[in-house]
Design a protein around this ligand. Structure first.
Ligand code: HEC
Length: 441
C-alpha cells in the first residue's frame, strides 16, 4: 500500500514537473519573435541598413550564438543613452528580462513553437526605410554621386524639387542613403517655393561646395526665402516621428536642399541619398522647430574653456545658455560630437533651482548618434539655463582617435571631421498648458 502511494506521488510529481516545464518553455513564436520584431527588425531587414535580416525563425536560429554574444556585450541593439538618467520613448535597448529570455531560449536550443496570431500582424518593413511602413513620398537625388577615392572631404548640395497636389501633414521624416559609411553628416532644408514663376527644375541638381564651382550655389538663392523645416542625419540616426497633432506641414511646391558632407574615401564610391516622408491625416496644429546649441549653434563662443584638445589630453567642456524667450516644450534631444567624444550630458536648471535631466551618453560612439524622443514633452521655462557637458579623449589609448599619433584637435566652427564639435540639437515647440502630460508614443 505504502509502496503504491509513493509511486503515485512520484507520478504526480513527474506530471507536475512536466506541466511546469511546459509552461516555462520559451518558444520563438511566443516569446522571441515580439522582441526581435520590435528591437532588431527595424534595421535587420532587406534594405534596412544592417548586414543581414533578422525577420524569421530561421534568420535568428542560425545566428543564435552570435546573437547571444552581441546582446550580452550590449553591442546590439545599438542604444547609447543612459536609461537611468532619462528613459526615452524610442528606447530600443533590450531590458535585462528580454536579454534573459533570449539567452535562455538560445541555451534551450532555440525551440520554434507554434505560430500564433501576433505573427500575422507584424509590421511591414520595406527596403530603404527603418520606419514600419512604406514612405508616402521619396525625394531622391536626381542621380547617384561619385565620391572620388582621393581621401578628401566634400561638401555637396543636392537640389531635389517637389510638387504635390495638396499640402501634407508630416508624421515622420527620414534621411536614407545607399552607402552610409561615406557620409559624415547631412542636412536638409525644406523650402517652400509657391511662386510658380520661380523655376525649381532647370537649375543644377548638384553643386559641389569644395570645388571651383561653389559660386553656383547662388542659383538656389530664390528658393531660400521660406524654410518650412530643417532636419539632418548623423551616423546612427534613424528617423524623426511626430505623434498626434505634432509635426509640420509639407508645402505643395518647393525644393529640398540637401547638403551632404562626405568623409574622405580611399576608393571611388557611388552615393545616392534620399529623404523619406510619411504623411498622416491628423492635422498638424502644433508645428515643431529645431534649435541648436554649442558648436555651430547658439552659445558656440561661450563653450568653456576655449575649445581645443591637446594631443594626449583628456578634457571636459561646458556650455551654459539661458533660455531668454518664452517657455518651450522639448520633444527630441540630439547630441552630437565627433570621434574623440567620450561622454555627453545635458540638463536644465530652472530659475527656481529645479534640475531637469535631458540626456546622458556615458560612452560616446560616433557610429550611433540617435535622435532621442522624450516620453512626455519636457517644459523648459523661460529664464532656465541649459547646461551641456562634453568630455573628450585625445590620447592614443582611445581606439576611436582618428590620429596616430594623436595631434591637437580644434573646433573652429567648420564642420570638418578632423575638428571636434559639442552640439545639442532640440526639436521643440512653444509651450502650452498641460504639455508635460502629453505622451510622445
Ligand atoms: C538601429 C539599427 C539596428 C538595430 C535596431 C539592431 N541592429 Fe544589429 N546591426 C546593425 C548594423 C548597422 C550592423 C553592422 C554593424 C557594424 O558593421 O558594426 C549590425 C550588426 C549586427 C550583428 C553582427 C555584429 C558583427 O560583429 O558583425 C549582429 C549579430 C546583430 N547586429 C544583431 C542584432 C540583434 C540581435 C538586434 C536586436 C536585439 C539588432 N542587431 C538590432 C544595425 C542594427
Amino acid at each position: 500500500m505504502i509502496f503504491k502511494m509513493k509511486n503515485r506521488l512520484y507520478i504526480l510529481l513527474f506530471l507536475l514537473k512536466g506541466a511546469v516545464l511546459q509552461a516555462q518553455q520559451i518558444t520563438y513564436y511566443n516569446d522571441i519573435s515580439p522582441i526581435v520584431q520590435s528591437k532588431c527588425a527595424p534595421c535587420h531587414h532587406p534594405g534596412g541598413g544592417a548586414p543581414f535580416s533578422l525577420l524569421t525563425f530561421e534568420d535568428i536560429a542560425k545566428r543564435a550564438s552570435f546573437i547571444k554574444e552581441v546582446i550580452q556585450s550590449g553591442y546590439m541593439p545599438p542604444w547609447k543613452a543612459d536609461n537611468k538618467y532619462v528613459h526615452f520613448a524610442n528606447d530600443r535597448s533590450l531590458s535585462p528580462k528580454e536579454i534573459n529570455l533570449l539567452v535562455k531560449w538560445i541555451a534551450d536550443k532555440t525551440p520554434e513553437g507554434k505560430k500564433n496570431t501576433t505573427e500575422k500582424n507584424l509590421p511591414e518593413f520595406t527596403s530603404g526605410t527603418k520606419y514600419s511602413r512604406k514612405p508616402d513620398m521619396v525625394l531622391k537625388m536626381a542621380d547617384s554621386f561619385l565620391v572620388q577615392g582621393d581621401n578628401t572631404e566634400r561638401f555637396v548640395i543636392f537640389k531635389i524639387p517637389f510638387a504635390l497636389k495638396e499640402t501634407e501633414n508630416i508624421e515622420a521624416i527620414e534621411f536614407y542613403s545607399n552607402n552610409n559609411k561615406l557620409i559624415h553628416h547631412a542636412n536638409y532644408a525644406v523650402h517652400e517655393v509657391a511662386d510658380t514663376s520661380i523655376d525649381i527644375y532647370n537649375t543644377d541638381a548638384v553643386v559641389n561646395l569644395s570645388a571651383a564651382d561653389r559660386t553656383k550655389v547662388d542659383q538656389y538663392r530664390p528658393y531660400k526665402k521660406i524654410m518650412t523645416y530643417y532636419g539632418g542625419w548623423i551616423p546612427g540616426t534613424t528617423y524623426e516621428y511626430y505623434p498626434k497633432e505634432f509635426g509640420w506641414v509639407m508645402p505643395r511646391r518647393g525644393v529640398i536642399l540637401l547638403t551632404v558632407h562626405f568623409g574622405p574615401s580611399a576608393v571611388d564610391e557611388k552615393s545616392i541619398s534620399y529623404v523619406n516622408l510619411f504623411f498622416k491625416k491628423i492635422p498638424v496644429t502644433r508645428p515643431v522647430k529645431v534649435i541648436s546649441f554649442g558648436s555651430g549653434g547658439i552659445g558656440e563662443k561661450q563653450i568653456d574653456p576655449i575649445f581645443y584638445i591637446k594631443a594626449n589630453d583628456k578634457k571636459t567642456f561646458t556650455l551654459e545658455v539661458t533660455n531668454p524667450g518664452t517657455d518651450l516644450s522639448v520633444m527630441y534631444v540630439w547630441p552630437h560630437m565627433h570621434y574623440i567624444g567620450k561622454e555627453f550630458k545635458a540638463y536644465i536648471v530652472t530659475a527656481v533651482g529645479d534640475t531637469i535631466k535631458m540626456v546622458h551618453i556615458p560612452e560616446w560612439d560616433f557610429r550611433w548618434q540617435e535622435i532621442y524622443r522624450m516620453k512626455n514633452l519636457v517644459k523648459v521655462p523661460k529664464g532656465s539655463i541649459m547646461h551641456i557637458e562634453g568630455t573628450y579623449d585625445n590620447t592614443a589609448q582611445n581606439p576611436a582617435n582618428p590620429n596616430s599619433p594623436p595631434r591637437t584637435i580644434f573646433s573652429e566652427g567648420s564642420m570638418r571631421s578632423t575638428d571636434e564639435m559639442m552640439t545639442l540639437l532640440m526639436v521643440y515647440l512653444p509651450y502650452e498648458e498641460g504639455d508635460e502630460k502629453i505622451k510622445m508614443e
